[in-house]
Design a protein. Sequence first.
Length: 758
Amino acid sequence: MNETSSPDYLKELNDAQRMAVLNIEGPSLIIAGAGSGKTRVLTYRIAHLIKSHHVDPFNILALTFTNKAASEMRERIEKIVGNDAKNIWMGTFHSVFAKILRIEGHLIGFPSNFSIYDTDDSKSLLKTIIKELNLDDKVYKPNVVYNRISGAKNRLISWREYQNNPVYKADDVSAMKPELGKIYQIYVERCFKASAMDFDDLLFNTYILFRDHADVLNKYQQFFHYVLIDEFQDTNIAQYIITKKLSAVRQNIAVVGDDAQSIYAFRGAEIHNILNLEKDYPDLQVYKLEQNYRSTQNIVNAANTVIKRNKAQLPKKLWTSNSEGDLIELIKANSDNEEGKLVASAIFEAKANHALHNEDFVVLYRTNSQSRAIEEALRRMNIKYRVVGGLSFYQRREIKDLLCYLRFSVNHNDEEALKRIINLPKRGIGAGTINKIIVNANENQLSLWEVISNINEFGAGRAVGNILEFSNLIKRFEIEIQKKDAYEASNLIAKESGLLRDLYEDKTIEGLNRYENVQELLNAIKEFVDNEENEDKSLSSFLQSVALITNLDEDDKEDQDRITLMTIHMAKGLEFNHVFIVGMEEDLFPSQMMLSSRADLEEERRLFYVAMTRARIKLVLSYAITRYRFGRLKSCDPSRFIDDIDPQYIKMTRSAFPKIENNIVTSPFSRQGNNSYAGNLKKVINKAPVKKHTPSPGFQPSDTTNLEKGMKVEHLKFGYGKVVEMDSDGANKKAKVKFDNFGEKTLLLTFAKLRICN
């Protein structure tokens, strides 16, 4: 087909894209580099089959990984071919295979109206089975068991094969879970009895259907003339084998993917599906989409220098005709908190200097727990943001659980906190018992705590002993809070409540993330205690500071102009003008858990590559030389991935926090002499340099019992000042002091060490 007679949609393609669209016969691998227009190619290839080759849409099978991707592709195709696009068998693997099973499932014993269990349904059933088998649910945690069974199904391992495999048996015994095979069997039998399939069954049972019923397999092999698969690097073993069977007769299979963006091994994705595709399809035609339309030359070239370090890959080299762009910037921060401040100030400044919007920015991190320092810094600068793929740090379940323990230990009248923690971790105080406590409290006009702490007077059946144990635990926490600072008290409560142990024992990806999040909260409390500016180190003071951060007025739900915060895994497939990748440190990124093999390390490097290639215009990397981990301040080494970048594409920016001198801001991101911005930044961060105070000789704190407004005082750190306001809140007497060099500070006199000067 010559250029003049080509359909209009083909004229929009470059040469490599056009080749991948036009050559429709036989097996094809379309290696689509980041930002190279893979969705357009896949869309136009399907449209071309219908429009130019008159293929019946019913004979086309197009598989994706998300409903959103399928919907967007169908809309694009519909604009070219019209309503015929509605007849394409297009959707996610699970939705398409569920459709087949609705039609053919009776052959393997399932009615057409079988139920589909979601994750909660599956875990609830597993919880019941574990209880019926009298197994310890602290050992056989439903989440752990579910993930083990899911992994087996995705590798097409039935419960019988699982039970008869000595390797799996040995693994389960070493994990102190020898009954996993039996649970797997009962779970499958219960699902079958309930005429239900879980998400993994939609793949597994489709495989069983095709394996055991050759006539059905042949029917769909003849029906689907063309099979197309998006994001092929993310397929697992089950998906690969099923699609291989479906395309075995006609061999018209076209897969689109990028091995350099294979980052989901923890979900069962098998990178060798794309790396070794030619072994199963000797006539495979390979098309490489190497022109990047998204990023600047510096970003593309830097990403190339990173990914070339991987040994297991399909060779390609991205290029772009976009502008050269800025060098990649590297920020060195003294701590994770300072890293958050530097990132927030950089965003603030870029917005001011270039009239940008919040939605132009994304902050990417390796683990969810890293969002805490970024969130706090953005909030203090009044910059709106949204956390994608998870709750805001302080709204995450495990964080709220521990905060409720801390809140109730400080304030026994906090009944919302009490109701959350009384049976957490499970201690045999069920909903019925809690309802009785509430009834007794209401009838006797008492608080819930008054009933609980005197439970023998009210009775609670078999749960009395458990309630006494809980009330004694809280009373002990109350005593310890009076003697310990916020971190020591919180660490004790996290451990002795059982929360930390419960999370530590859950070795799934989700469990490890929750454990890391709680450790990050403890790190934040340790930083609060170590901060010399915080006079009051008590747990009560910390909780007040958290409340000020989290109890914000609800934002306008219509306002979509927000900075995006997300893990790198969540960012795949997205793009932003300005990208910040934070936490570029060894053992964090690459993760300490991913250093045991070359395959794991190369997956981490692919993850970094994905993060880099999200950026259109600006890419900033940051790392901290110290970071709180597990309550201790630890020294950090820069990530090896920074060294992977060719030095010609990267520049180290100043590591100090932005300074304001003579009303001129100097920072890693500023343009010298921007006086108006300097003024704004000074108002926001209040970080003007000050002279360090040297205490007067023989400094001794005074008795501040009779301290009054107007008195002059001296503070060890803040220097000289004048009392401008006194506030007495019971035993917590406070003074607002205007210091000569540090401005106004409100000090709790119980902790503040002041010398009265007059």
